[in-house]
Design a protein around this ligand. Structure first.
Ligand SMILES: [Zn+2]
Length: 201
């Protein structure tokens, strides 16, 4: 913002708009206008996000709403147009349309990175619409829970985030939210529903 303010000041000096208005006031007004435009653009982006998720991505948004009601007692927050919930159930995370759910009992770093990852799935829903559940949702659930896949990850040390729905969720989440998603080395619980004895990674 200070860079923009500096540039605006230079422009104001060059143009010498009103003699009574100093370059500083002119720059401040310009900056105010720029901030207002950015705010409006952000609102438009969020409204579009909402409309597309509830039309093109209706199926998963509807399922997400059901889960959102189920976890209505948990902490909720807005995140780049999506609605996040820090749930208290024994599973890691899930994303459905404009809603995503992250286990609020985990450590801060895991929660922060998982929010970016789950938000990446929201963006996938935006792009894939009615195909989301088939292209991302079901393969992701099978990859997470099938015994064969759990064994593969454990014995061969394959990262959970190396499978395409997870890998692209990380990339999209990072690209849009400009925050860090889990790395390939990050672990997840052995299955979607945690084993009480399993390490909480
Ligand atoms: Zn995922």
């Amino acid at each position: 913002m200070s860079k923009i303010a500096g540039k605006l000041k230079k422009v104001c000096r060059r143009v010498n708009i009103e003699k009574a208005v100093t370059a500083d006031i002119c720059a401040a007004r310009g900056l105010q206008f720029f901030k207002a435009i950015m705010k409006i653009l952000k609102i438009i982006k969020w409204v579009l996000f909402f409309i597309v998720q509830w039309t093109w991505g209706f199926l998963q948004s509807f399922l997400g709403l059901m889960l959102f009601i189920r976890f209505r007692h948990c902490k909720r927050f807005g995140y780049h147009g999506a609605l996040g919930v820090l749930h208290d159930a024994p599973f890691g995370g899930v994303s459905l349309g404009m809603f995503f759910f992250v286990n609020g009992a985990r450590d801060e770093k895991w929660i922060k990175e998982s929010i970016v990852h789950e938000y990446g799935h929201c963006v996938q829903s935006l792009l894939l619409g009615p195909f989301y559940l088939f292209v991302i949702g079901i393969p992701s659930i099978v990859w997470c829970n099938a015994k064969r896949n759990i064994k593969k990850r454990e014995t061969k040390g394959v990262s959970y985030y190396s499978f395409y729905p997870e890998k692209y969720a990380n990339r999209l989440g990072e690209a849009v939210a400009k925050e860090s998603a889990p790395s390939l080395k990050s672990g997840i619980p052995k299955a979607f529903f945690e084993n009480k004895d399993a390490p909480k990674d």
